[in-house]
Design a protein. Sequence first.
Length: 228
Amino acid sequence: MAAQISPSILSADFARLAEEAKAVEGADWLHVDVMDNHFVPNLTLGMPVVESLSRATDTPLDLHLMIADPDRWAPQYIEAGAGSVTFHAEAAAAPVRLAREIRAKGARAAMALKPATPIEQYEDILPELDMVLIMTVEPGFGGQPFLDIMLPKIRRTRELIAKHGLDLWLQVDGGVSATTIERCAEAGADVFVAGSAVYGAVDPAAAVRTLREQADVAIAAAPWVCDH
């Protein structure tokens, strides 16, 4: 099982988004945080910028919708060019219906959970998803320190994925860096959002490669892989 790295454009220079996207074209995904100043206390970018980014890079867009009413807006982001769309469990009115609609439109469907939201209550709908995102910081702002208390939640999520025999990616987002990525991988994550760890580096492309190598080594030795 190979690690995937999704650099977060939230940490990039917004005046040079096309160049910043090209700087990480060796990444698996480009993570795009959409915040509406309602679901989270921050406002970032919206549909026109996503459309522009999709034209500016060949890297598939990994949309993370930190917005109210994702049931209404998520499908439109697929039309704007998203290859994967993540909605928040706390914001979705009908998560199963939304996940099915996202898939039907040709994108990967993912669901994110805030740190205080338990994974267990969503066990029954995991088969409807392509990815689960465990937030390892409170959503809304980049550059926050990693919350170690989320590691048990990552493990529990991986256990539920294994219990149901699902081909489900497990993503982490928040404070992922060279000092935390191995712990996340050992706990069960295989897709990693990294913001300042990539865009704060002198060579963002090299940072992506280094993080992927670290994660691959940790995944190969992880108990959740060795047990299967």
